[in-house]
Design a protein around this ligand. Structure first.
Ligand SMILES: C[S@@+](CC[C@H](N)C(=O)[O-])C[C@H]1O[C@@H](n2cnc3c(N)ncnc32)[C@H](O)[C@@H]1O
Length: 262
């Protein structure tokens, strides 16, 4: 019987690992360019929602090059940024080396959102940005994210959205189907792949999960709020880890067990 370490990555995970291996060098400026400069505003809104403070321990999952993790640490929190891509993390660590003032309270770790290497209720808050389109079992992953947050601790995410009004949605489709591949082609083959993949991938998320707030609530997160920005192209979602007894499913064995409130 294969051990956990020998389970082959699913096609979706393999694709994510290959995709992000080629992106770190241009990631920060391309993220802003592909969203018409809106993506930094969405991250700021996420930071405001989490309201990081000195003394808080925060986990930033799918940290990538660490943009959210740096923002949290700059506001005084102690932060671990976790990502499955060693190439993205290498970029984050290089940036950290240039900001030695942050090293006492910012660190990066390689790991998977589906199997967080942390104890139950270890963090005061948790953030994740553009993660849910890359995991196979979103419900199990959401429960795993909630598991490591203390009761009433905040959880927040940024994800791309699809504008709802018909005209805006049509413009968004032109941008994602024509504009993004064109911009990507100008930068590199890896960014061309992103440009082609992103629009259909975002729409698939909402076809699969038309009610993300419900998914959050069923994962043990209360007071779920959605904020749509930039005409709906950006979604900031936040909530609080439920204080009530929650049913938790072990991500490896699939067994359910009760979790006591702290
Ligand atoms: C679009 S990037 C976002 C990076 C960063 N959060 C940001 O806002 O710039 C998505 C990141 O999720 C990471 N990722 C995807 N699936 C993951 C998983 N299952 N566990 C951990 N990281 C994952 C990728 O390696 C990549 O760095």
């Amino acid at each position: 019987m294969p051990t956990e370490a020998h389970i082959a990555p699913s096609p979706r995970k393999r694709h994510a690992l290959e995709l992000f291996a080629g992106l770190p060098r241009d990631y920060d400026r391309m993220g802003a360019a592909l969203s018409f400069g809106q993506d930094p505003r969405w991250r700021l809104a996420l930071l405001d929602t989490i309201d990081p403070k000195p003394g808080m321990r925060i986990l930033d999952v799918a940290t990538g090059t660490g943009l959210v993790a740096f923002g949290l640490a700059r506001r005084g929190a102690t932060v671990i940024g976790l990502d499955q891509s060693e190439q993205m993390l290498a970029r984050a660590r290089r940036r950290l080396a240039a900001h030695p003032d942050l090293t006492p309270r910012l660190s990066f770790a390689q790991g998977e959102a589906e199997r967080l290497p942390f104890a139950d209720r270890e963090f005061d808050a948790l953030t994740f940005t553009y993660l849910l389109r890359y995991v196979d079992d979103r419900a199990a992953t959401m429960r795993e994210l909630a598991r490591v947050v203390r009761p009433e601790g905040r959880i927040g995410m940024v994800e791309f959205g699809v504008p709802r009004p018909t005209v805006l949605r049509a413009l968004w489709r032109v941008h994602t189907r024509v504009g993004l591949p064109l911009i990507g082609r100008l930068v590199s083959p890896a960014w061309l792949e992103v440009g082609r993949f992103l629009g259909p991938n975002i729409e698939q998320l909402y076809a699969d999960e038309p009610d993300l707030a419900r998914l959050w609530r069923s994962s043990g997160i209360d007071h779920v709020r959605e904020r749509r920005m930039s005409f709906g192209a950006g979604l900031i979602m936040s909530g609080e880890r439920s204080a009530a007894l929650a049913e938790v499913t072990d991500p490896v064995t699939g067994e359910s067990h009760g979790q006591r409130p702290a």
